[in-house]
Design a protein around this ligand. Sequence first.
Ligand code: GDP
Ligand code: PGA
Ligand code: MN
Ligand code: MN
Length: 611
Amino acid sequence: MAELEQSLDEAGLTNTAVREYVLHWAEFLGAERVEVVSAADDARLVRESLKAGEIEPAGEGVYYSRSYSKDTARSEERTIVATSRPQDEGVYNNWRHTDEIRPVVEGLMEGAMAGKTMYVIPYLMAPPGSPLERFAAGVELTDNRTVCLHMIRMARVGIDLINDLADPDMFVRAVHVTGDLPNLGQGTEEDQRYFVTVADERTILHFGSSYGGNALLGKIAHGLRQAAYDGWASGEFLGEQFMLLGITDKETGETHHVCGGFPSASGKTNLAMTLAPDALGERYHVSFYGDDIAWLWVGKDGHLYGLNPENGVFGVARDTNERTNPGALDSVGAGTRALFTNVAYNEDTHEVWWEGRTPSPPADATGWRDWKGELVADRGPDEQDEPWAHPNSRFTTTLANVPNVAGDFEDPRGVRIDAVIFGGRTRDREPLVRAITDLAEGVYDGLTLGAEATFAAEGVDGKLRYDPMSMRPFMSYPEGAYARHWLDVVGAASEQPLFAHVNWFQRDEEDGHFLWPGYRENLRALLWLVRLRKGEVTGRPTAVGILPREEELDLEGLDLPAADLERILTVDVERWREEMTHREEHLSQFPDLPEEIWAAHRRVAAALEHE
Ligand code: GDP
Ligand code: PGA
Ligand code: MN
Ligand code: MN
């Protein structure tokens, strides 16, 4: 104990509440030593990790790591929100009483760091000085050095950030224990993993994974689940799985800010990093604020504001290339200190590769190992078609590396929000873009977001499901209260944002091709929204929102088959009428859904009957 205290002294950790927390857990977990981590330790930690073989070099100042093969995505089934308030049980939050679940996960954690170093990672989600700063502080404890490297890239990390908190006790207690990964029964009846957020105690207890979404506790567990709960409990803000970007018209100098939610692996990172298509680049510039989380609140001046609490990008590698996302490639280039996880790796040349990086894999397989660590050259005839990289393989890099990062991305005041969009992978029904001007109808639209689930979560790829506001895996309190909170927060703004639903993923019924080219071209749909907001276009009113008239979309330099364009600008009324019965069932699961939401549902249903 005295030795531990001494190491905290040496590190300069003065916040006594944090010290108590660290000492308590160091003892409980049986850690052999404690090391407090700051961003300035990165170079040393990288050296140590390279030496220990936990990461490998992947070009100059770029690194590679592989996670255990059954630990490559978030586990939704094993994720639990616990509180001591039974009324916090919702449909999606997998609620358990703290008294029941805490002993289970603590039982697994007890003594689990024997012989190991416990790293202490003090962090801030949100730039220092933001109006939401008191919800932003946290201290992650972990036995995993690679987690430290990721946290340093994804969050603001340093002792100074938590030594002088306004309320020294107001920090999230975030405990991560990797566990014996080959022996946790992942996906079986005997699954021992537990990812628990004790939301009313602001405590996170995650056991049994080293994958980013489960192990970087500042990101999803704190930045989304805990923040959503805090925002509701305090009445002050919304914590959402949203990207956040700015669109500047260089002719007028005006910038509009758009935020929005798409389920994991459905295009948030790509949209926020999108450089304008060549034909429009001279006039418009897209600036990146965030790609996965936004906190929204109404400022003292009455405007709706948003900020990205993160300090980095944890992006899907698949299909990232010079055409789809050149900015992403730049952000992981030489000298960026970026980290790749579970892509394919060449141990001779230290190159990395993933599906869609180039049209076909490197012709010479010498030295290449797939995401499981197996030599590609040793593959049998029936294994030839297996992907080299895991579909959920990722890159991790800091915001400052992103070429189109906004000049004011660290401004703690956040930015004014002009539009909120929802979207996802929907192969039919959803047009390219439909705008919604009414608040309740916008919130209703978010709550009825239905899309295909993806490989970013275990075992759900391709399944069509409702994913309210893309928050289904991160919902921490009941959906009825969530809808109420949305209406209250956004309703308090002096000017409502424009809502919209977008879909880049509609497919041809016959050959399955995407009807819209997507990626950089998506800006065209957003530009139409901005023009609608400014009253420069009127669009075409339909039962489900305002759609662009063909001539209102800027399609310069884009060669799109006329039939495809017509399809994505049309509302399939029959299909939508069917959808309304599913929506009714979906919304009926939520008791206490505000009457405004039901009224919006009835308005849309009635309008569809009259189409
Ligand atoms: P996020 O997880 O929501 O941030 O999604 P990403 O932006 O990382 O994208 C997930 C996957 O969808 C990647 O493989 C992308 O290449 C792909 N993707 C992103 N945007 C588009 C698009 O507009 N069209 C198509 N077809 N694919 C896209
Ligand atoms: P994503 O972020 O939404 O970019 O996939 C990670 C996650 O949500 O698991
Ligand atoms: Mn996400
Ligand atoms: Mn992303």
